[in-house]
Design a protein around this ligand. Structure first.
Ligand SMILES: Cc1cc2nc3c(=O)[nH]c(=O)nc-3n(C[C@H](O)[C@H](O)[C@H](O)COP(=O)(O)O)c2cc1C
Length: 399
């Protein structure tokens, strides 16, 4: 199968074409440390055969948000441990570096003082206005911090630095959110200036790392962060020229409606970003991946066979079954536990400041401590009340 074939990107060989896209998990410690829970989760994915794993939303600054953080040299060690564990199973590791679309210093200070009402109101203001208020000098400093973060990732043995094209970067690129009148606003060239400056700075800071860019595309139906569908092919070519080694074309996750990016069952068709990805892929020569409701090997294979993508991102479906790749390799795709798109154990829990724990995989989130093994003694068991109702909000209508 094509999805199981290796691929070379930026001079590095990835053992197959299945990637775990960036998903904020809520597993890390409050200071962003990769703890045992986080390490066990990603290691389990690597053990299950995934070729490339991306750590979502890694912050280059201290922040109150529940994401991994890599802003100080003392944090390198925990990333090194993670990289070693993932590499032991033959997978590559990437960190998705982002900068929030808010004034983190102001918000951190309010959060530390416990002024939660003010945190909420400042956040609300910044999500719409920071992109237009941030000074060019501050943008330069943000690039320096993101590059310093990439350098630490390189020191930790991470293979790929993935630039998050949403959040602040996507807000600046956006024809909807960016209303600036300086050199960072207006034309496509101006709106993407910061993104391209960042790519070039990263390339210079970590020349030996593979540089990936998550390219969110705004359509008439969906999204606020990133570039419009007409602009995407032009911007993709500029990104390639600036030194990007691979593109991940997927919906933005933060600056729009959450269901745009992470649609629950029945909201978007399967593989809903595939045609937009194909449009981008047709104009660049670097590998292009996509994600968005791709849940089984047959769908993934079709995307590759049709030439719409070079790699497939399997997010929630890998929470449901981390052995997705190994079962495919073993010729047992029918045994894969399918993601039902309920968003209950992943999206809902993370939004409520807890951690991902998939409702169809009892081990997920507990990979370090919970192991489901075959019963020592076989028994006949009757399950009473095991219908879909317990998922709450699953839209089956029976709850
Ligand atoms: C719980 C959760 C957290 C996410 N966090 C991020 C993130 O930190 N960065 C990002 O770019 N996308 C994030 N996403 C979006 C995913 O990368 C992906 O685009 C989306 O889940 C659709 O793919 P899927 O249908 O295979 O899950 C998140 C998705 C989920 C479910």
């Amino acid at each position: 199968m094509n999805i199981l074939r290796p691929i070379t990107i930026g001079g590095q060989e990835f053992k197959n074409r299945v990637l775990f896209p960036p998903l904020t998990t809520g597993y890390e410690d409050k200071d962003g440390t990769i703890n045992e829970q986080s390490r066990a989760f990603y290691t389990r994915l690597a053990k299950g055969g995934v070729g490339y794993i991306v750590l979502g939303d890694v912050a280059p600054i201290p922040s109150f948000a529940v994401t991994p953080k890599l802003y100080d040299d003392s944090q390198i060690e925990c990333f090194r441990k993670l990289a070693d564990n993932v590499h032991a199973h033959g997978a590559k590791l990437g960190v998705q570096i982002f900068h929030p679309e808010y004034n983190s210093e102001v918000l951190n200070a309010l959060f530390a003082a416990g002024k939660m009402e003010e945190v909420r109101s400042q956040l609300h203001h910044d999500m719409d206005h920071f992109v237009n208020e941030v000074m060019p000098e501050t943008l330069d400093q943000i690039i320096d911090k993101m590059c310093a973060c990439a350098l630490r990732a390189q020191q930790a043995g991470v293979d790929v630095v993935s630039i998050h094209g949403d959040r602040l970067v996507g807000a600046l690129c956006s024809p909807i959110m960016n209303t600036r009148s300086d050199e960072f606003g207006g034309s496509l060239e101006n709106r993407t200036r910061f993104a391209l400056m960042l790519v070039k700075a990263m390339k210079a800071a970590v020349p030996d790392m593979v540089i990936e860019y998550k390219l969110p595309v705004i359509t008439p139906e969906r999204g606020k962060g990133g570039v419009s569908i007409d602009e995407a092919p032009i911007f993709a070519q500029w990104l390639e020229q600036a030194g990007v080694d691979m593109l991940h074309v997927a919906q933005a996750n933060h600056t729009g409606n959450m269901a745009d990016t992470i649609p629950p069952m029945g909201v978007q068709p399967y593989c809903f970003f595939a045609d937009i990805t194909a449009l981008v892929k047709s104009v660049v020569s670097i590998p292009v991946s996509t994600s968005g409701r791709i849940i089984d090997p047959a769908m993934s294979e079709e995307l590759l066979n049709e030439g719409k993508a070079d790699m497939v991102g399997i997010g929630r479906a890998l929470l449901a079954d981390p052995d997705w790749v190994n079962k495919t390799l073993a010729g047992r795709p029918q045994d894969i536990i399918r993601c039902i798109g309920c968003n209950e154990g992943c999206v809902d829990t993370v939004l409520n400041r807890s951690f991902i724990a998939c409702v169809v995989n009892a081990e997920n989130g507990f990979e370090a401590v919970r192991f489901i093994t075959p019963a020592e003694q076989r028994k006949k068991v009757v399950v009473i009340g095991g219908g879909a109702c317990w998922l709450r909000g699953c839209s089956c209508g029976c709850y």
